[in-house]
Ligand binder design. Structure first.
Ligand code: CUA
Length: 166
């Protein structure tokens, strides 16, 4: 009985030291950000989250992953343009998987994960967290609302695209 408990405790510990810690270290050395100060200052403050149009026609999408939601919960993006997703975690390791695509993005606190996505077809793409992150893990979902480029509302340089704004 004691042995079973010991082994059960050992599994998450081993995982932390063998997988999480090296990952956290690798990501931290790349692009640092303070997970506790995301809402206070920097590019992940609340009114800077969502989609932003860049002068070259591409889009930057900024999001935060936290137990147990993605912020913003729903984002609007246009079809057929490069979408530079920049995402970080406010707490533990998460992973954003976009259903219907091969995109899976690992999200580590203290670092910014950046990937470029592209959606050729309009539609509603459900996203889920693929990294077990606690009791609410299975409810950690969000939505990408991909609208035809021609139908996408014009946005000013300080506007950010959320679903509610559409
Ligand atoms: Cu976040 Cu699982």
């Amino acid at each position: 009985m004691l042995l079973t408990i010991f082994v059960l405790c050992l599994i998450p510990l081993t995982r932390y030291y063998q997988i999480d810690q090296p990952l956290i270290r690798r990501f931290r050395s790349a692009r640092k950000v303070d997970p506790l100060a995301l809402h206070a200052a920097g590019e992940f403050v609340e009114n800077n989250l969502g989609t932003e149009f860049n002068s070259d026609g591409s889009v930057t999408l900024r999001m935060i992953a936290q137990q147990y939601l993605f912020v913003p919960h729903c984002v609007a993006i246009p079809t057929a343009v490069p979408v530079h997703l920049r995402i970080t975690s406010a707490d533990v390791v998460h992973s954003l998987a976009i259903e219907g695509t091969d995109y899976v993005v690992k999200i580590v606190p203290g670092a910014i994960s950046q990937v470029t996505l592209e959606f050729p077809k309009p539609g509603i793409y459900k996203t889920v967290c693929r990294e077990f992150c606690g009791a609410g893990h299975y409810d950690m979902r969000s939505e990408f609302r991909v609208l035809p480029k021609s139908a996408f509302p014009r946005m000013g340089s300080s506007d950010r695209g959320y679903c509610a704004a559409q």
